[in-house]
Every structure is written in C-alpha cells, then in structure tokens.
Design a protein around this ligand. Structure first.
Ligand SMILES: [Zn+2]
Length: 130
C-alpha cells in the first residue's frame, strides 16, 4: 500500500508549518507588547534578523505572519526579514565562505568544516509604529 508514506509527508508538512506559525505568533506577541508599552496605536512594519541556520523557512514564516497579526494592532503590517549569513572558516586550508549547513563542506579542499559562526539568530531588529 502506498498510503502510509503520503500520510507521513503530510504530517511533516503540517509540523513545519506549525513551527513557523508558533514563531510568527511569538514575534507578533513581543512586537505588540513592546508597541503598547510605547503607547503606539498601530504597527506598520516589523524587521526581524533571521539566521540562515536558524531552522526557519523564511517563506513559511512570511506566509504565517498575516494570520498571526489578525485582530491585533499589527494587522495589515509588513514583516521584513534580514537573512543573516553563517560564516565558516576551514581548519584545513583557512578558506572562509558562507555556510548553508551547520557542518558544511569546504568548497576549496572538500573537508568538513566544524567552525561555523553566526547564522542561528532570530531577533526583532525594529518595530515601526504609529
Ligand atoms: Zn578547506
């Protein structure tokens, strides 16, 4: 039967979406709290730094954002994502490059690189309010 694999894939997709949805809700919660404390009436834009290796799919987060904003002062606002690169330095040859995985391969000498700096951050950089 070919049914089980399809069910598993669906569950994985739902899990991934739930992950980004809960992150979107967290971002909106923090931004709304911060905005209300500054007597703001409306949030226009939230800028978020998001690392390449933070385990978050930017497209999914953007997709979930509008729903997370519904019925809050952030409704109708924009989410702007600054993608932060992870920097790797090869121990074997010293080559520096942008890493796209936590343990990338050095493009110069094909060794695995264990030293990766940054790229795991997730933080609200600024909130534009009225
Ligand atoms: Zn190397």
């Amino acid at each position: 039967m070919a049914i089980l694999p399809y069910i598993s894939i669906c569950e994985i997709i739902i899990d991934i979406a739930m992950h980004e949805m809960s992150i979107a809700i967290n971002i909106v919660d923090i931004a709304v709290d911060t905005a209300l404390k500054s007597d703001a009436k409306k949030i226009n834009e939230i800028v978020v730094d998001i690392g390449r290796l933070a385990g978050i799919i930017p497209e999914s987060l953007l997709f979930c954002y509008d729903s997370a904003c519904k019925d809050t002062i952030a409704e109708g606002s924009q989410l702007k994502l600054n993608i932060i690169q992870a920097k790797a330095v090869c121990d074997s040859c010293g080559f520096e490059f942008d890493a796209d995985s936590p343990v990338p391969l050095c493009p110069k000498c094909d060794d695995f690189v264990l030293r990766v700096n940054g790229g795991r951050e997730l933080k609200i950089k600024s909130i534009n309010v009225d």
